[in-house]
Ligand binder design. Structure first.
Ligand SMILES: O=C(O)c1ccc[n+]([C@@H]2O[C@H](COP(=O)([O-])O)[C@@H](O)[C@H]2O)c1
Ligand SMILES: Cc1cc2nc[nH]c2cc1C
Length: 349
């Protein structure tokens, strides 16, 4: 299999539509700039969607799930069986993202990339099983080159499904016990940093637990040259199937011209890998929120991302991104429905 598709150009942003949307904003009945980020959101979306009045009514959410061999090191507050159990909960409609997706009228798919406690066939769960879990990356690379390729392509298949469904916004979520260890290790590899500032509590480790998690990541990083910034290599060394799938989904969504709303810590680590592999994918990303997870603020700053919300969330599943969708919809509504100064007979400055 070839990986050439990863570096193919992203869809072009239409500068003329962006300019026209900016000009339209300047005519709406408000002091220029007074709707702040909401204005900027609508204008960016206009350029992405090649229209003056964009919309994010149609939202696609893919939750990628996978298990991690590094869970054996005792790096999570929860047992590994929870990954498979939560897939069942997603399918049954009881998880946070299930409730949020219903509320938004969003399309929700779950992609099972491999779980130790496999829940089997379930409605709205796509099986793209690579292996029951990744290898324990303290001992050997998390996955083979072929497994990485399968995961990246599973993500791209979700972007294709989103496009086929006419989605105007792509949200990637994730579920995988121990994946904050994998995401922190990936970020360390990509940034050449030590885990002290990037590893956090995840599902709820105490200070001692975080110390142990840092030591586990240090053991893994010691296996590789610290000055290597090859994103695909780091994904296969310390990544997860769901993290690689997110990376493939983001790149493919950007190539298809679907705006992306990035969620929390794990998804932002995947977004950083995507941007390293295909830099123009960054233009297609909005960042929903600042997760409570230590390390997320650092990743956002590296990506020069200004997230929409800061609610102390640290759930994952795409939940923070789903929570930010109403704001994006309001930004589009204001942009397309407000009266202009001329229409309302209001004097300009
Ligand atoms: O998205 C986040 O910022 C986030 C922060 C902390 C934990 N999580 C979720 O918690 C799980 C990983 O936590 P852990 O402690 O098992 O590494 C995984 O299923 C994530 O979706 C997610
Ligand atoms: C219950 C539970 C739900 C989750 N959703 C995303 N990560 C999670 C981790 C746990 C432990």
């Amino acid at each position: 299999m070839s990986q050439d598709w990863l570096t193919e150009p992203c869809f072009a942003i239409d500068e003329a539509s962006r300019e026209r949307a900016l000009e339209h904003q300047s005519q709406l009945t408000k002091p220029p700039g007074s709707l702040g980020t909401l204005e900027a959101l609508a204008v960016r979306l206009a350029g992405m969607q090649h229209v003056v009045t964009p919309s994010v009514q149609s939202v696609w959410i893919s939750v990628f799930a996978g298990d991690h061999g590094v869970a054996a090191e005792g790096v999570s507050a929860f047992p590994q069986v929870v990954t498979g159990e939560m897939i069942r909960n997603f399918a049954n409609g009881g998880a946070a993202i299930s409730v949020l997706a219903r509320g938004l009228g969003a399309m929700l798919e779950v992609v099972n990339l491999g779980t130790v406690n496999d829940p089997g066939e379930l409605p709205n769960v796509r099986r793209a099983i690579i292996a029951p879990q990744t290898n324990n990356f303290c001992e050997r690379p998390a996955m083979s080159a072929m497994q990485l390729e399968l995961a990246l392509r599973a993500g791209a298949a979700s972007a294709q499904a989103a496009q086929d469904a006419g989605a105007k916004l792509f949200i990637g979520g994730e579920m995988g016990i121990a994946n904050t260890t994998s995401a922190a290790a990936l970020a360390c590899g990509l940034l050449g940093e030590t885990p002290g500032t990037l590893a956090g509590a995840g599902t709820g480790l105490d200070a001692k637990g975080i110390q142990h998690k840092v030591a586990v990541i240090e053991r893994a990083l010691a296996l590789y040259p610290s000055d290597d910034d090859d994103a695909l290599a780091w994904l296969s060394r310390v990544g997860g199937f769901e993290i690689a799938a997110l990376c493939g989904a983001y790149i493919s969504a950007a190539q298809r011209g679907i705006p992306i709303l990035v969620d929390g810590f794990i998804t932002t680590a995947a977004a950083l890998a995507a941007v390293r592999i295909n830099p123009s994918s960054r233009e297609w990303m909005f960042f929903a929120h600042r997760s409570r997870e230590r390390g997320h603020a650092r990743l956002l700053s590296v990506l020069e991302a200004d997230p929409l919300l800061d609610l102390g969330l640290r759930l994952g599943e795409g939940s923070g991104a789903a929570t930010a969708v109403p704001l994006m919809r309001l930004a589009c509504d204001l942009h397309s429905r407000m009266a202009t100064f001329a229409q309302a007979g209001v004097s300009g400055a």
